[in-house]
Ligand binder design. Structure first.
Ligand code: NAD
Length: 472
């Protein structure tokens, strides 16, 4: 059965980018149709990404904290893990948030369509769903179709080889789990499965885990996990064979070995969902990596077609998509909004957390920038020590001439929250001196960022002097 509807703005994809664009456009008085193939709003982030992973990480943090508390005299013996209850808890949180989005969409009188959409021409989307086919005529459209896990060419099809969606479903706790990719997903899932009892091996092709951040920022995490997991950096998977007793994996590079695992998680990045959308009917084409080029207002080369989120390129992060969604909706409503953030923060919600924003030291070197760096080890922070969080570092990089913050990296408890002081400082062009002179409450973890800025200014009273003082 075929239906036809007309709308002002058609939004293809109901993830954080798509639903934000829809809600903002509706708030600006536009008539909106939101098309989502999965039925539930929230996309990867809510359904099979950020929210379920953070729910699991919070749960396993309780296990780790209970174990660590033995060091200061608190013992919680007899810990029992009920995986079924953990799965149900995760599903409840996801369901609660998805229900909230349904309510927000309904209150805005947004037309919802369930199905897979494809452009038939510059003003029409054809949506195939459970209720049949719907032709949606629109004035403007937003492509917000997100991304999917990148496959590993060596991996055969086997239920014991998982992507992040399958790993988050917690199908079982494998005795031996190989994680291919030591990036954000790899390290977060390693933490979950290790706490639940799996022996973890991580294979990372680059020389360090979380290669996107500076090595000295990642180091506290590395020191924390290096004896818990087998970490094989500079190593790739050359071959994978499904055997009855497990998945046999041939490793090549810094480690040359053949090992058998009970399950394998492939977490080697993501690919944009730009195939099968009928882009050719619009006269649009994705680039070689599958991304769609956009201008500052998120317009594609076809001015009434916008694109936001993972399909527009790196970084593929929900918070980037959300901000782009707002700008696209405002541009459609005729406003002059532009998406031009000074920087977008990244966070790995590991224990300790790793967060970074702006330029890394490596990127500053590659650009030939003259920089001044300040570092504050958390072992010198009273708050960190009282919270059992003495493993950590706050680092800040400033332009040598102007003193302005260029980038920052923080590793430690709550780094994902603390990084926003640096993000705001970057956005407002704050200097090392401004940050150092901003009064931070004592004792807090936030003092460590001010301490890094002070160190960059030449002297931090909480640290040893930069140069030993000669007695006169
Ligand atoms: P990633 O890019 O963070 O990490 C992938 C890692 O795999 C990299 O370190 C890369 O060097 C390595 N790698 C690539 N090919 C390899 C190979 N053949 N063998 C061994 N190692 C290989 O990607 P991800 O962890 O898969 O995450 C995907 C996306 O989702 C990223 O854009 C990430 O930012 C986003 N994400 C964000 C969060 C968060 O914000 N906390 C959480 C999960 C995912």
């Amino acid at each position: 059965m075929e239906h036809a509807i007309e709308t002002g703005v058609a939004i293809l994809g109901g993830g954080p980018g798509g639903y934000t664009a829809a809600f903002r456009a509706a708030d600006l008085g536009l008539d909106v149709c939101l098309i989502e193939q999965g039925g539930r709003l929230g996309g990867v982030c809510l359904n099979v990404g950020c929210i379920p992973s953070k729910t699991l990480l919070h749960a396993v943090a309780a296990i780790e904290e209970a174990r660590a508390a033995a060091a200061f005299g608190l013992r919680f013996d007899g810990l029992a893990i009920d995986i079924e209850a953990l799965r149900a808890h995760k599903a409840k949180i996801v369901g609660q948030l998805a229900g909230g989005l349904d309510g927000l969409a309904k209150a805005r009188k947004i037309t919802r369509l369930t199905g897979r959409g494809r452009f038939a021409d510059g003003r029409t989307l054809v949506v195939d769903g459970p209720a049949g086919t719907t032709r949606v005529r629109f004035n403007q459209a937003v492509i917000a179709t997100g991304s999917r896990p990148a496959p590993l060419t060596a991996a055969p099809r086997d239920p014991r080889i998982w992507d992040s969606t399958e790993a988050l479903a917690l199908p079982l706790v494998p005795p031996r789990l190989l994680i291919v990719g030591g990036g954000i997903i790899g390290l977060e899932m390693a933490q979950v499965y290790h706490a639940l009892g799996a022996a973890i091996t991580i294979v990372e092709s680059e020389p360090q885990i979380i290669p996107a951040a500076d090595r000295d920022v990642v180091q506290p995490l590395f020191l924390h996990v290096k004896n818990r997991y087998q970490i094989r950096t500079g190593t790739r998977v050359a071959a994978m064979t499904a055997l009855a007793e497990g998945i046999e994996v041939g490793l090549t590079g810094a480690t040359e070995a053949t090992e058998v695992f009970d399950a394998v998680l492939v977490a080697v990045g993501r690919r944009p969902n730009t195939g099968g959308l009928g882009l050719e009917a619009l006269g649009l084409a994705a680039d070689g990596r599958g991304f769609l080029a956009v201008d500052g207002q998120l317009r594609t080369a076809v001015p009434h077609i916008f694109s936001i989120g993972d399909v527009t390129g790196e970084p593929m992060l929900a918070h980037k998509a959300v901000h782009q969604g707002k700008v696209a909706a405002e541009a459609i409503a005729g406003r002059s909004s532009v998406f031009a953030p000074a920087a977008i923060p990244s966070v790995a919600y590991t224990s300790p957390e790793v967060a970074w924003v702006g330029l890394t030291e490596r990127e500053a070197e590659q650009r030939g920038l003259a920089c001044v760096k300040g570092k504050f080890p958390w072992g010198a922070s009273g708050r960190a020590l009282t919270a059992g969080a003495g493993i950590g570092v706050s680092k800040a990089l400033f332009d040598a001439a102007s003193g302005r913050l260029l980038g920052a990296g923080i590793c430690g408890s709550n780094a994902g929250e603390l990084i926003h002081e640096a993000t705001l400082a970057l956005e407002t062009g704050a200097t090392a001196e401004t940050i150092a002179r901003t009064v931070h409450a004592h004792p807090t973890l936030a003092e460590t960022f001010a301490g890094a800025a002070e160190a960059a200014c030449g002297s931090s009273t909480d640290l040893l002097p930069a140069r030993p003082r000669k007695r006169t």
